[in-house]
Design a protein around this ligand. Structure first.
Ligand code: NAP
Length: 314
């Protein structure tokens, strides 16, 4: 059986032949159709994960496929899955067949393609939880989203519009404006020298960029407003002027989806239904499993858009 394996942290993964998984109680054998390449996979692959798997390992924390053998769901069922230690504590989804804990198997509706089923969970549920559970968005509010054409930011914009908010989408360069979802008001915050935008005020900031972009956008949040901190691709440090911070009384609210995975799973079926009916759109680029190294590089490069997904013959 073929699998993509990493032999040293940060080194290009290679396609190899490995033993096929065997069935056991509480797990099902799934033929993998698609596997996501996300930022968590990149963090683990670089060796920066707090509890890394032992080398060599097969990456991949999310996937979709068809049940071949197991007790939980009939053979032939289309499924998606994420977590359960796949790609972290044990080998992950970047392979032809995978032994998946039954507890994380969920049916994938027929009208959702495998590549969407493999990649929707992290961006869609992160955006949903950031908006509705952490930021508690209300209809009529103004929501400012940074990284608004990224995977999480793009979904956050669409969900905020759907929740009846007025949405400002902050992008790092003017070329990104055309990639914003319909109805999102564009704001360019130059990624190299971010500045506070003029004439924009919001009750809620969903920040997926961090660093200097976050520092530039915080003054755009009204006094008493909320800022949900999602990511830090643009920098992990934030200097606060405590005088202003206390006077303005803006709540800084971290999102930690590893702690909120249950909320993500609860929201997943409704999000999948919206992907199926076309009211939620997640950009993705498909790579062949043999191009896993290129997919990791693409996801880390400026200018990429959405998620990378691996497929056999993709
Ligand atoms: N806290 C959590 O539980 C949680 C959950 C999911 C994701 N995340 C994190 O959220 C962040 C965003 O995830 P995502 O999937 O939306 O990422 P993404 O699709 O790669 O998009 C990130 C956006 O950030 C902007 N950006 C700014 N500086 C960048 C840089 N140095 N490199 C790349 N992009 C940069 C880009 O927009 P411009 O080109 O317009 O600047 C890009 O569109 C990641 O850090 C991810 O790890 C956190």
């Amino acid at each position: 059986m073929k699998a993509v394996r990493v032999h040293a942290w940060g080194e290009a993964p290679v396609m190899e032949t490995v033993p096929a998984p065997t069935g056991c109680e509480g797990r099902s054998i799934v033929r993998i159709e698609a596997a996501s390449v996300g930022h968590l996979d990149r963090t683990i692959w670089r060796g920066d994960f707090l509890h890394p798997p032992s080398l060599p390992y097969v990456p991949g924390v999310e996937g979709s496929g068809i049940v071949e053998q197991g007790e939980a769901l009939p053979a032939g069922t289309r499924v998606w899955f994420r977590g359960g230690g796949l790609g972290t504590r044990e080998d992950g989804t970047w392979r032809e067949r995978c032994s998946v804990p039954d507890a994380i198997l969920a049916p994938l509706p027929d009208d959702v393609p495998f590549d969407a089923g493999a990649s929707f969970f992290s961006p869609c549920t992160s955006a949903w939880v950031a908006l509705h559970e952490v930021g508690v968005v209300r209809a009529g509010e103004r929501v400012l989203v940074s990284g608004a054409t990224g995977a999480v930011g793009g979904i956050a914009c669409q969900l905020a519009l759907g929740a009846g908010a007025r949405v400002f989408g902050a992008v790092g360069s003017a070329e990104r404006i055309a990639q914003l979802a319909d109805g999102v008001e564009p704001i360019v915050v130059d990624r190299r020298a971010p500045r506070t935008p003029k004439d924009v005020q919001a009750e809620l900031l969903i920040d997926t960029v961090g660093g200097a972009t976050l520092a530039a956008l915080l003054p755009s949040v009204v006094a008493g407003g909320r800022a949900v901190l999602v990511g830090y691709l643009g920098g992990a440090q934030l200097a606060l002027d405590l005088t202003q911070f206390i006077q303005r009384d803006v709540s800084l609210l971290p999102l930690n989806m590893l702690r909120r995975e249950a909320a993500g799973h609860a929201a997943a079926p409704a999000l999948l239904a919206r992907i199926a009916d076309g009211s939620l759109r997640l950009e993705r680029r498909v790579f062949d499993f043999g191009q896993a190294a290129e997919a990791l590089e693409w996801l880390g490069s400026p200018g990429h858009r959405g998620r990378a997904v691996l497929r056999w013959g993709g």
